[in-house]
Structures are given as C-alpha cells and as structure tokens.
Design a binder for this molecule. Structure first.
Ligand code: PHE
Ligand code: FE
Length: 291
C-alpha cells in the first residue's frame, strides 16, 4: 500500500477476503481500457524518470516487464520479486488495519490495491491505485537493502503500536517510502513511491524552487506533519539506503519515542536552525494554492 498506514481503521474483514485480508487479484477481470491506462502511465513515467529516479529504482523497473503488457499479474510479478529479494505482492481490498499492514511487511509481503484510476485521473489522484502501488513501490523492493528496510519497517510498525507511537512512525514512512529523496553522485534523485508514480511531482520534487529539501534526520522527520492532498512542502534527503537502514533498523526507537513526547510537532514547511538544508524553499507554490 501506498500511503502511510492510517491510524484509525475500524472496518471488519470484507466478505471474500482471507483472514489476512488478502483477496484474489482477478487479473482476468481488467478491461482493455484498464490495461491501456497502465501502459500509458508506465510509458510516460519510464520516459521521465532517467536522470530523476535513483539508480536502484531504474534498475528495478525492468522487473515489471512481464510476459504481457498491461497491469502486472501479481503472481507472475511475485515470482520475479521472490527470486530477487524474497518479497511478493498480494492484493487487498483498499485500506487494511495497521497491524495487518505491518504484519504483511514484516513477512515480506507488499499489499497492493487492485483498481486502476479512470482515464480522466491520469495526472492526479489522492488515493493509491494499482499504478501507484506497483509501479511506485515494487521496483525498489528488488533492491536488497531497501527490501530489508521495508521488512524492518513492518516489524517496527508492530512495535510502535505497543508504544502508541504509530503516528510518529507513519511520518517516517511518508517522508522516506512515499516522498523520499536520495543524494547520488550526479545530484539529488527520487526514491519515494508517491513521487515516482506522479508525473507532476517527479518534476516538482527535484526542480521546483518552492519546497524545502532537508537532510534526513530521524527525530526531525518523526516530528513533522505532512499533507496528503498536494505536493509536499518539504522533502527529506537520505545519503543512501544503507544509511537509512542504519539509522532505523539498527536503532532502538523506544527512547526516541520517549524523547519525541516532549517535543512539539512541526508544520510541513517549518525550518529549524539545526536543519541541514540542501534547498531553502520559496514556498511560492504552496502560497499560490492557498490564495
Ligand atoms: N528499530 C525500530 C524500533 O526499535 C524499528 C524500525 C526499523 C522502524 C526500521 C522503522 C524502520 O522500533
Ligand atoms: Fe504508497
């Protein structure tokens, strides 16, 4: 899935779903139009992302070139992903409860929705569809270090529930898995699924003078609110997936959560004196939208 886990889902198991909330993808039920939408979105992003997406993402895209064009068949995709890093992709009926979501990640199962956006929603859609879930997330799951990060995140998610700290941990997901940037030799590159699956934001996040670009700091990120309805006002930049894994999987979050209790939350655009800034944003885009 897609966006950061939601903190309040009280839905019950939908009819037809397994106890772990998975459902069959029912690939045969997609229409020609559905497949054409995927092909169009795929071609457009594949052409836009060289020089923008990080090297691991560009390497991973090839895993999506399956035996047939159109929306990937999750079973075929899973076979490939399994061979690369031991991950698989399973279908779910939209949002699942947090503990179910984390349990899947902790067991190297990436949960994906099955619906695809309508042709009039090619450029923007707030809720994740199968293009976001699969194109945005799966290529990096073929990278061994990133694959370990996502599994560790699932384990950490289950742990965060015991600390009542899910909303803090969700921000880490948001600012890395969904909207993260990484510094590479050639310059800043994209790795967040919410960016690479968006035609507009994959330009905005790198090129626009509006947003802040701030060096990743775990506690800083976990204090920072985010917006779910528009481009981000701040992006956080990691040094590498190895560095991200060290700062998270190899750290004990119990004292981190405790320290964060005493600190106020920050608005998305706020800058702190101790921030290591790569770009100080003008916030012109956000101001224009608010006017
Ligand atoms: N190490 C974290 C903890 O102690 C868990 C975690 C790992 C969180 C990886 C995010 C990513 O809770
Ligand atoms: Fe996502």
């Amino acid at each position: 899935m897609s966006t950061a886990p939601k903190t309040h889902v009280h839905a019950t198991l939908p009819p037809g779903a397994a106890p772990d909330w998975t459902i069959p993808q029912d690939w045969a039920a997609y229409s020609a139009q559905d497949h054409a939408t995927w092909d169009l979105l795929f071609a457009r992003q594949k052409a836009q992302l060289p020089g923008r997406a990080c090297a691991a993402f560009l390497r991973g895209i090839d895993i999506l070139a399956l035996s047939r064009p159109g929306i990937p068949d999750f079973d075929e995709l899973s076979e490939r992903l399994m061979a690369a890093t031991g991950w698989r992709v399973v279908a779910v009926p939209g949002l699942v409860p947090d503990d179910v979501f984390f349990d899947h990640l902790a067991n190297r199962r990436f949960v994906s929705g099955t619906f695809i956006r309508r042709p009039d929603q090619l450029d923007y859609l707030q809720e994740p569809d199968v293009f976001h879930d699969v194109f945005g997330h799966v290529p990096l799951l073929a990278d061994p270090v990133y694959a370990d990060y996502m599994q560790a995140y699932g384990e950490g998610g289950l742990r965060s529930l015991r600390f009542g700290a899910l909303h803090k941990l969700a921000r880490l997901y948001w600012y890395t898995v969904e909207f993260g940037l990484v510094r590479e030799a050639g310059g800043l590159r994209l790795f967040g699924a919410g960016i690479v699956s968006s035609h507009g934001e994959s330009v905005f996040a790198l090129d626009d003078p509006s947003p802040n670009r701030i060096a990743f700091d775990l506690e800083r990120v976990m204090r920072t609110n985010y917006r779910i309805d528009d481009y981000q006002q701040s992006y956080f930049v990691i040094e590498s997936f190895d560095a991200l894994l060290r700062a998270t999987a190899e750290a004990d979050f119990a004292p981190v959560y405790a320290r964060l209790e005493a600190l106020s939350d920050l608005a998305p655009e706020t800058l702190l004196p101790e921030d290591r800034l790569l770009t100080r944003g003008t916030q012109a885009y956000a101001r224009g939208r608010a006017a």
